[in-house]
Design a protein around this ligand. Structure first.
Ligand code: ATP
Ligand code: MG
Length: 424
């Protein structure tokens, strides 16, 4: 900020970092906004890289830190729909048929920049000229009252960028605030607009929503606003079964097997989110693949059973097919990176391997790099399903910390039928 100032530009700390500082929280990152254009920023910082097409900005590298420096954004004409327009103006501002901003690179004044931000409590500016906070959108009052309020007309703002619906929910859950009624009202109707968001961006958002410490509260709000099904369509039919099948007299009708799966899946989603929040609250590291592995375990198992029965396939083949199909489906909505899907597949396959205990196999299983995560999933399944899985989870829990003598005793004690029994 001082460097920009020295070169005659104005510069402000902006957005979430000021919000968090006022609330006494530690900001995750610091964003800066300035009247210098990206090219001008690049001229005065050697350690600078320009990124983004939709929203062009400068990344300034300070050691390991990246500071995002954006140029003040200006106003758009909301009526302009110029998807077919290849002229120069389309490069700086461009909308799709649904009103989504495909380019947001019109530069403007600080007041206009404030109007372009999402929520009132994200539109604070802090200046080193006078060390004061500027509040152009009455954000302090909303912050004080615990209200998440979109700046401008909510429908237009959601159409411009449907991810703002997810951000409303993320901040409401994280800051324990309420979404102002007019900001909340259009969300259910506009939820399907998330289909237009690139799958890579939705993956990033879903991690921020579910794996940054407030996953359970966020999940409940996502469901309330019918956004969860947009992010995880494969989980939604089971979780929402009772909403779709009603009998003549209005009672819920569910296939018996679905009834089991429905409650299992729902419990699993809740349990893994609670566990993740607890881990983060106690400062433990989390494995991003684990939550997704837990989310999709029951859909995969069900599809595998279906594949095995209908297609007459050996269960292991049916299971591999189910993994492939479910991952392909989910990655249409959000791109789960390969480094995660390989870990997820390992965790799933280990569930099958852990139920087949034989002297030859158990040591290899224990040494598998993803054993610990697989055990954690097994334990959650046992909590949910009870029955035989409780004994199985207990056995692995004892086995993993047993001395090698005791390990051998444990293997010998396995009932004959148990040593190579497959329970899926
Ligand atoms: P956190 O970093 O804690 O997740 P944040 O508010 O800092 O929250 P960022 O994604 O870092 O969120 O964005 C920084 C700022 O940029 C926001 O505070 C907001 O002013 C603005 N902003 C981010 N995303 C959007 C958006 N989709 N539409 C409008 N403004 C946005
Ligand atoms: Mg931020």
């Amino acid at each position: 900020m001082y460097r920009l100032k020295k070169h005659g530009y104005s510069a402000f700390l902006v957005g979430g970092c000021i919000r968090d500082l006022i609330l006494g929280k530690v900001p995750k990152d610091f964003d800066i906004t300035t009247n210098a254009t990206p090219d001008q920023i690049q001229k005065i910082f050697r350690n600078c890289r320009l990124v983004g097409r939709r929203f062009r900005l400068a990344h300034i590298l300070f050691g390991k830190e990246i500071i995002e420096v954006a140029t003040f954004r200006g106003a758009h004409n909301p009526d302009e729909i110029n998807i077919a327009d290849n002229s120069r103006s389309a490069n700086i501002s461009r909308r799709s048929q649904s009103g989504m901003l495909l380019r947001d690179n019109v530069y403007g004044t600080i007041e206009q920049d404030a109007e372009r931000r999402d929520f009132t409590l994200n539109a604070f500016y802090y200046s080193v000229d006078d060390f004061t906070i500027r509040d152009y959108c009455n954000g302090l009052q909303d912050l004080h009252n615990g209200v998440i309020r979109l700046i401008g007309d909510p429908k237009t703002r959601y159409r411009e960028d449907p991810v703002r619906m997810l951000r409303a929910i993320r901040f409401a859950a994280k800051l324990n605030m309420v979404i102002e009624p007019q900001t909340a009202a259009p969300i259910r109707d506009l939820a399907p607009l998330l289909k237009n968001i690139p799958a890579a961006r939705l993956f990033d958002e879903s991690v921020k929503l579910l794996q940054t410490g407030y996953g359970f509260a966020t999940y409940q709000l996502l469901r309330e606003y019918q956004l969860f099904g947009q992010l995880f369509p494969l989980l939604n039919p089971l979780v929402n079964q009772q909403l779709t099948h009603t009998s003549k007299n209005g009672d819920f009708v569910r296939h018996p097997s679905h009834k089991i799966e429905q409650s299992h899946l729902e419990k699993m989603v809740e349990l893994v989110l609670e566990n993740t929040d607890t881990r983060i609250a106690s400062g433990k590291r989390i494995n991003y693949a684990f939550l997704f592995a837990a989310f999709f375990w029951y859909p995969i198992r069900e599809l595998a059973q279906h594949n095995a029965m209908e297609g007459g396939l050996p269960f292991n083949d049916a299971f591999s097919m189910a993994i492939g199909d479910i991952l392909t489906e989910q990655c249409r909505v959000m791109t789960i990176p390969r480094r995660l899907t390989t870990v997820m597949s390992d965790i799933w396959r280990l569930q099958l391997r852990m139920s087949k205990r034989s002297a030859k196999r158990v040591f290899a299983i224990l040494e598998h790099p993803k054993y610990r995560a697989a055990y954690d999933l097994l334990e959650m399944r046992a909590t949910i399903e009870k029955g035989e899985l409780v004994g199985l989870a207990k056995w692995w829990n004892e086995f993993q910390s047993a001395s090698s003598d005791h390990k051998n005793v444990m293997i010998k004690q396995l009932p004959k039928s148990n040593r190579s029994r497959a329970k899926h």
